[in-house]
Design a protein around this ligand. Structure first.
Ligand SMILES: Nc1ncnc2c1ncn2[C@@H]1O[C@H](COP(=O)(O)OP(=O)(O)OP(=O)(O)O)[C@@H](O)[C@H]1O
Ligand SMILES: [Mg+2]
Length: 282
């Protein structure tokens, strides 16, 4: 099994992020607040899912945790020390696999190894990770020779190659078909059970959040205020793997969908009250 990394706690301390908006010549500089007052402590080894409407700042928050972006207020801390620049204690996984097409899967996974690792040890770690994600027999294939799910598994293995203390996943299964997605969720749970790193997971999928997370953070705006903040923190009951059909989760699911502005029957509440949205067939 993959050797267990030390999992680190992550803290968001009063995070704010405003982006400069395109300014007209001679006009005063303007900015748009995307995140405001985001404060949260994530325990070492905890899995936290971040839910919120498109454009509310989920990826921005994740990027700040990994040092890929800097906040304009507050700070992100990993294991008590502020994140300043790309942080080697984190590994990031994205919605698309982002593999190098001219390299084999094994060589792509090897890109995630920490610098200075002994060659033999690196090769062993890559082989172990490929086995772990079910790609042991596909190590020499190039990305174009494998399916989307296989490429995404290779991408996950690359993220794990560093033995990260914090794994940041931005809609990692978003581009996969429903069945592959469920399998990937189970795989992530297995990986976490074997080496419980801290995971921050951005997802649009409420069921995925309920299946994987210890806690779910709902990001969103508040009337009359700029930028999104944490609107709810939900502790998911029960231990993983959870029964996908449980009644307690169904109730929580409805509450979270409500928080996202979707009613129980799957319609966006805003749409229901708007007469300007065209009705199918257009
Ligand atoms: N580098 C940037 N410069 C200017 N604006 C940005 C930048 N990065 C993000 N934004 C803006 O910040 C807001 C939040 O973006 P972000 O990508 O974090 O949203 P998100 O919640 O991840 O959305 P989605 O669910 O669609 O991925 C968006 O309005 C986006 O336009
Ligand atoms: Mg995003």
């Amino acid at each position: 099994m993959v050797s267990s990394p030390s999992a680190y706690p992550v803290e968001f301390a009063g995070i704010g992020r405003a982006f400069a908006t395109a300014k007209r010549k001679g006009a005063a500089p303007e900015s748009r607040t995307v995140l405001r007052d985001v404060s949260l402590t994530v325990d070492a080894g905890e899995v936290v899912a971040i839910l919120g409407a498109s454009g509310c700042g989920k990826s921005t928050l994740l990027r700040i945790a990994g040092g890929l972006d800097a906040p304009t207020a507050g700070a992100a801390l990993i294991d008590g020390t502020p994140v300043a620049g790309i942080d080697a204690r984190c590994a990031v996984g994205f919605q698309e696999p982002r593999l190098l097409p001219w390299r084999s899967l094994a060589d792509n996974v090897a890109l995630g190894l920490p610098r200075g690792l002994d060659r033999g040890e690196g090769a062993q770690r890559v082989a172990r990770l490929l086995d772990l994600v079910g790609l042991g027999a596909s190590a020499t294939l190039r990305p174009r020779e494998v399916s989307g799910g296989m490429a995404q598994r290779a991408s996950l293995a690359r993220a794990l190659a560093r033995n990260p203390g914090v794994l940041l996943l931005d809609e990692p299964f978003g581009a996969l078909d429903a069945l592959t997605r469920l399998r990937m969720q189970d795989l992530l749970l297995d990986i976490h059970a074997a080496a419980p790193t801290t995971i921050l997971l951005v997802t649009h999928d409420v069921d995925e959040a309920l299946q994987l997370a210890d806690r779910i953070i709902l990001l969103g705006g508040e009337d009359g205020r700029d930028g999104a903040t944490i609107r709810r923190v939900v502790t998911v009951p029960g231990t993983r793997p959870r029964d996908r059909g449980s009644a307690a989760l169904a109730e929580l699911r409805a509450e979270l969908l409500d928080g996202l502005g979707i009613d129980r029957h799957g319609r966006a509440l805003e749409d229901l009250h708007s007469s300007t949205i065209p009705v199918f067939p257009y």
